[in-house]
Ligand binder design. Sequence first.
Ligand code: ZN
Length: 258
Amino acid sequence: MGSQFGETGVDVAGPGARPALHGSKARASARLSSCRRERGPAVVVVILLGPPGVGKGTQGAWLAERAGARYVATGDLLRAACREGTELGRRAQGYMDRGELVPDGLIIELVRQVLSGLSPDTGVVFDGFPRTVPQADMLASVLGDVDRQVDRVIVLEADDEVLLRRMAGRRSCRDCGAVYNIHFNAPRKAGACDRCGGELARRRDDDPATVRRRLKVYRKDTMPLIQFYLGTSARLEQVAADRPVDKVRDALQEVTGT
Ligand SMILES: [Zn+2]
């Protein structure tokens, strides 16, 4: 698991271990003290990265709530914009109706709207965004416009086999969208939603072949992204996420100091 990060000097924080960032951390903190403006210590912009199924949503929402920060998942922003029928939402819907990817420029506009509505002393936790270096470039420029920058990048990590097993157990309610896992978060009655009684089914996104493809894309896009952030003042941390949710939370708490 650690090998793919070997070249960057980022090691996996296993249970009880602290992530080691060696030279990159020293470089980053040198830059921090030299050119960063005065700002409240608690107001940070955090990016949570990690492969599909690693638990970014759960952990990201928890982290944001704990830190009193705004939780930003671009998928949620897109869905909300479509639902509300805003101009950006209608444009996004057009791409999705044609089965095309929503362009980066449109997503970054949604992010810009969120940021412009936040007070400067509100932290932000980005879940799974940016996914690529061009997106990271755009995010840097949008954050720069409001006099901010990415402060921390946290990479949640787990082996593909663990993720595939997890994703294979995922079931979603067709009616209310509640998510279960037949392995460790099973509904009280098999196949039925605890909350609304709706039918539980596997989402197309969670199909093993689809998950394998998404994992491949994630691995390919993420290494350059980590290299990108190693070249900035952001602090990079890696957290092992192939363990129980509360253990992952403890590790997150430790690396973020929340
Ligand atoms: Zn339901």
